[in-house]
Design a protein around this ligand. Structure first.
Ligand SMILES: O=C[C@H](O)COP(=O)(O)O
Length: 254
């Protein structure tokens, strides 16, 4: 299956950024999406949880998917400060990021925890965007493929299907640094991820979208998105400005 058989997906992760005053940026994304983009690219936006409901309300009917940046594995309970996948769905969210490297590093999330969170997402009817990626140390030690394949094996649930799971490859050393792997390096890693997904999930693994993330900007998006098995991007910093994010979405048109 070529890239063209999978609808591109551009996802914006706002991380811990955004106040009520940021809503107009999102409204501009929704407006532009309804114009020319809707038929050629899927768009997801992951605002902080405080903005989830208002963004979900403003996108209703427009097709931009809104999601959360994390969820707890349990549906409810005594877990102060956490939110469950069911709560995200109740708030109008349709997707959730799990296993982002910032959560793995800052909150000690293991592959088993990430998998439990992805399973919670599927239980609640959300799309799980499961992040994997090696550190600079891993890459320098020649262990990038091994690390990413181990994360995939440990983090992706057995129930994963093409419509319910998206994999995001984000080399940790490329996040927020302005440094990216070469297009060849991205294609090589995405090819490895594709083969691992196919080996485990067959045709469903062939259809699963694999996003690249890490310093994607309007000026490098087109070449990164042309690489083999790159089905879209998970964008951090450049997703905070509607113009930049929409320029990246335009680049996904091919
Ligand atoms: O989730 C998004 C990624 O961590 C990429 O962030 P960045 O585009 O700011 O490098």
């Amino acid at each position: 299956m070529s890239n063209a058989a999978r609808k591109p997906l551009i996802a914006g992760n706002w991380k811990m950024n955004g106040l009520g005053a940021s809503a107009p940026e999102f409204v501009r994304i929704v407006g532009a999406y309804q114009g020319s983009l809707k038929n050629v690219v899927d768009i997801m936006v992951f605002p902080p949880a405080t903005l989830l409901t208002s963004f979900a309300t403003s996108t209703r009917g427009a097709g931009v998917i809104v999601g959360a940046q994390d969820c707890h594995p349990a549906p409810s309970g005594a877990h102060t400060g956490d939110i469950s996948a069911e709560m995200i769905a109740d708030a109008g969210g349709k997707a959730v990021i799990v296993g982002h490297s910032e959560r793995r590093a800052e909150h000690g999330e293991t592959d088993a925890i990430v998998r439990a969170k992805a399973e919670a997402a599927l239980r609640a009817g959300l799309v799980a965007v499961i992040c994997v990626g090696e550190t600079e140390e891993d890459r320098d030690a020649g262990k990038a493929f091994e690390v990413v394949e181990r994360q995939l094996e440990g983090s992706v649930p057995n129930a994963a299907r093409a419509k319910t799971v998206v994999v995001a490859y984000e080399p940790v050393w490329a996040i927020g640094t302005g440094v990216t792997p070469t297009v060849e390096e991205v294609a090589e890693m995405h090819g490895r991820i594709r083969r691992a997904l196919q080996a485990r999930f067959g045709a469903e693994g062939e259809g699963m979208r694999i996003l690249y993330g890490g310093s994607v900007k309007p000026d490098n998006a087109a070449e990164l998105l042309r690489a083999g098995n790159v089905d879209g991007a998970l964008v951090g910093g450049a997703s905070l400005k509607a113009d930049d994010f929409l320029a990246i979405a335009q680049a996904a048109r091919g």
